[in-house]
Design a protein around this ligand. Structure first.
Ligand SMILES: [Cu+2]
Length: 247
């Protein structure tokens, strides 16, 4: 919830399921006051991720900040139940942080089991396949390959400064993983698909949910996966990345 003295503070307490709600929050700093100065990361000062506790629902939103540091976003929680919101920020002069807060939508809650482990996701006629392993104790290389109607997509569009954004969450407690893209549009070596490469480090074995945002033909879509992280293999399949950039 809090990191380095920074806290995510929801100001909206009641959310009706299925109703678009004007959701407000602040990020308070070590002095207890709302932070108003942020560094831009991936073209935005704040990335707001909202997932349902059962990890069936995922949203990646970009709230607007008022001069007093109050953020606003139109938020719809699709069904009654428990949700977790994450704010990815880098206050000016500080490190980048992921802050979390619990949200809920009132009503009867019908939690669903975690979707079965799968390396293929389909969304709107696109098929995304995932190659690579999440292994404890090493940077795991994950390759996501995008196809449409059976053909590789080679004209992905930059979205927030990358060809894809991957969010990984641990199923057990919704711990948020830091995932780094390998390369970026315009660096002279990163192609616009069909493959998008990431490096992820998992803090424990167990099940993870992965959500890939990618843009093609003017629309952002999300492909989701369930992946089990195992012990470190005896012979690592992939070495730790060298010389890749943090963004
Ligand atoms: Cu974002």
């Amino acid at each position: 919830m809090s990191e380095n003295g920074y806290t995510l503070n929801p100001l909206t307490t009641t959310i009706e399921p299925g109703e678009p709600t004007d959701f407000h929050f602040t990020v308070s700093g070590p002095d207890g006051r709302p932070v108003t100065d942020y560094q831009v990361q991936h073209e935005k000062k704040l990335h707001f991720i909202v997932v349902s506790r059962d990890l069936g629902s995922f949203q990646h939103l970009h709230p607007e900040m008022a001069p007093d540091g109050v953020w606003s976003v139109k938020l719809t929680l699709p069904e009654a139940g428990a949700y977790r919101a994450f704010a990815d920020v880098a206050p000016t002069g500080g490190a980048s942080l992921t802050l979390g807060a619990d949200l809920s939508a009132a009503g009867d809650y019908d939690p669903k089991p975690l979707p079965e482990a799968s390396r293929t996701a389909t969304v709107d006629g696109y098929t995304v396949t995932l190659d690579g392993e999440l292994a404890l104790g090493q940077a795991s290389r994950l390759t996501l390959k995008v196809a449409k109607d059976g053909r590789p997509v080679t004209d992905l569009q930059p979205y927030l400064g990358a060809y894809g954004h991957l969010v990984a969450l641990r199923a057990e407690d919704l711990a948020y993983l830091h995932v780094h893209p390998d390369g970026e549009p315009g660096d002279g070596r990163t192609t616009a698909g069909p493959e998008i490469v990431f490096y992820a480090e998992v803090p424990s074995t167990g099940d993870y949910r992965l959500f890939l945002d990618f843009q093609h033909e003017g629309k952002v879509r999300t492909a989701d996966f369930t992946l089990n992280a195992g012990e470190r293999p005896a012979t690592p399949r992939t070495a730790a990345p060298s010389g890749h950039h943090h963004h």
